[in-house]
Ligand binder design. Structure first.
Ligand code: NAD
Length: 511
């Protein structure tokens, strides 16, 4: 995220002056939109929604495929915006943000007709003789999307794409420190010919986000920190607005004695440093079996020491800037706390002496489990490597966290990997792979414990932006279940129950 140089006020609006994380040069000032402005934008979205929802799904798909074309054509402009505001490496901007959005559009467009098609079936049980159920997937209306700064384009775009395909209009808000990484989505939608009012993006901070939640939207899709997620949930409850929360994590990597060592080391470094470590499913704790611990550590130190950090490496830059001073402070505090509690820094460990905000890939060993480097989300390029004597010890330590987002297990024995995975208290897990789970559109994604509420993506992700409305159609005008009550019907009901569940023939039909 961009560096906040100062916060001021102009004509009743909060103004942030932003600077680039890569060289600290001034970027621009942004004025936060007020409650009245937010409400006017929601009203416009409500007005646009009816016509948008009335389009056949195939037409909405065409619009979204046009958006994909515009994104692919405009990739350099999008990357420039992202790199200016975040300082992330060019490869991260391309892969984590631009490519992933185009791939999401492709997947959701393919799924749309199947996912949104009404379903008809007989009513369950004996009522199936006289009644049918049609389930319609109705758009909810206007969806409010609130996104964080670490994947500002993709985490704004993905929920918006799904919501729009399902027939909703969207009002999104990116972080105040990556405002145009989100705002650019509105511009790209208009360039793609998507009607005005279907996708609008606000500029603002928490107060602007709060105005969005309380402004009469029909669902909130929130991605961000646990602390803000709790505030968002309580505000949503006040107005009975449905919501999903995709929150922070402290993902554990478990490296078993029989792991493919080089692959696991490579994954540990990449999984901790991709996107400068500002990745919700990034590796935050590494539990390594004692029999391979020393080799693992020395290879990780060698690899982190060889990484190229800084924009002067151009497209070869392995890792970019830390996105903000606030995040740099958290990383520095966690490493210092680990050292205070007996941890040893074997590589990196100190911000780089450069014009921009750079922190090197850092290996820390002998970290006490009570230190904030193990208990809190660090969200930076730090690899705390911890020696364990057994898989069971690794599982217990991995589970001793308030977070439960993602994680990984490394072993040549896939069945053992699956057995370990099933014991982990986490939303999802990878075996011999790293945490790209959010980018896998057909995998349902959502944290447990403090890492979130509800789930997004998955084969029927679009239905999360719909009300599944059953329409019951009866054959006998309801007379089969009506008045007057009498003893004969009462006894017949008892006989029918006996037949259904106490006779062999009945069980054959009714289960
Ligand atoms: P944050 O919670 O500070 O902010 C997220 C968004 O909420 C921003 O747009 C912010 O302006 C807005 N906001 C702040 N206060 C608000 C309020 N009271 N009401 C409404 N909106 C408000 O999070 P962040 O620092 O921008 O993002 C980093 C966090 O996001 C990390 O914890 C990371 O793990 C998490 N994250 C989770 C996922 C996931 O899918 N689980 C993905 C990416 C990031």
């Amino acid at each position: 995220m961009a560096i906040i140089e100062s916060v001021s006020e102009n004509q009743g609006k909060k103004v942030f002056s932003l600077a680039k994380p890569s060289d600290k040069k001034p970027l621009y000032d942004i004025a936060c939109q007020t409650k009245d402005e937010v409400h006017a934008i929601i009203a416009k979205a409500k007005q646009a929604q009816k016509a948008w929802a009335a389009l056949p799904v195939t037409d909405r798909v065409k619009h979204l495929l046009n958006l994909r074309d515009v994104i692919v054509d405009q990739q350099d402009r999008i990357m420039e915006t992202i790199i200016n505001e975040t300082g992330k490496a060019k490869q991260d901007a391309l892969m984590v943000e631009v490519y992933t959005v185009a791939a999401f559009i492709t997947y959701w467009c393919k799924q749309a007709a199947k996912s949104l098609k009404p379903e008809t079936s007989r009513a369950s049980g004996i009522m199936g003789f006289t009644k049918k159920v049609h389930v319609h997937y109705k758009p909810l209306g206007v969806i409010g999307v609130i996104a964080p700064w670490n994947g500002p384009f993709v985490l704004t775009a993905n929920p918006c794409i799904q919501a729009m395909l399902a027939g909703n209009t969207v009002v999104a808000k990116g972080s105040e420190i990556t405002p145009f990484c989100s705002k650019i989505l509105e511009e790209l939608c208009l360039e793609a010919g998507i009607p005005e009012g279907v996708c609008q993006v606000l500029i603002g901070d928490g107060a602007t986000g709060d105005a969005l939640i309380t402004g009469g939207v029909n669902k909130i899709s929130f991605t961000g920190s646990v602390a803000t997620g709790k505030k968002v949930a309580s505000r949503c409850l006040e107005t009975m607005t449905p919501y999903t929360l995709e929150l922070g994590g402290k993902d554990a990597m478990i490296v078993c004695a029989d792991a493919e060592l080089d692959d696991a080391v490579h994954a540990a470094v990449w999984g901790s440093c991709v996107n400068t470590g500002h990745y919700c499913c990034g590796i935050e704790r590494i539990y390594v079996h004692e029999s391979i611990y020393h080799d693992f550590v020395s290879k990780a130190v060698e690899m982190t020491n060889n990484m190229r950090v800084g924009s002067e490496y151009g497209v070869d830059e392995d890792m970019g800037a830390v996105f903000s001073e606030q995040q740099m402070a958290i990383i520095e505090r966690h490493v210092a706390d680990a050292v205070d509690k007996g941890g040893k820094v074997l590589s990196g460990g100190k911000r780089l002496d450069k014009q921009g905000l750079y922190y090197p890939p850092t290996v820390v060993v002998d970290t006490d489990e009570s230190s904030s480097l193990i208990s809190e989300e660090t969200f930076g390029p730090v690899l705390p490597i911890i020696k364990v004597a057994s898989d069971q010890e690794a599982i217990a330590k991995a589970n001793a966290s308030k977070y439960g987002l993602h994680g990984s297990v490394w072993t040549k024995n896939k069945q053992k990997g699956i057995d370990i995975a099933k014991q982990l208290e986490t939303g999802s897990i990878a075996i011999n792979d790293i945490g790209m789970m959010y980018g896998i559109a057909n995998a349902p994604f959502g944290g447990v414990k403090e890492s979130g509420l509800g789930s997004v993506n998955g084969k029927h992700g679009l239905r999360g932006y719909c009300h599944a409305m059953p329409i019951l159609v009866g054959r006998y005008s309801g007379k089969d279940s009506g008045y007057p009550h009498n003893e004969k019907d009462f006894e017949n009901m008892k006989k029918m129950m006996h037949f259904m569940w106490k006779t062999t023939l009945g069980r054959l039909f009714f289960g």
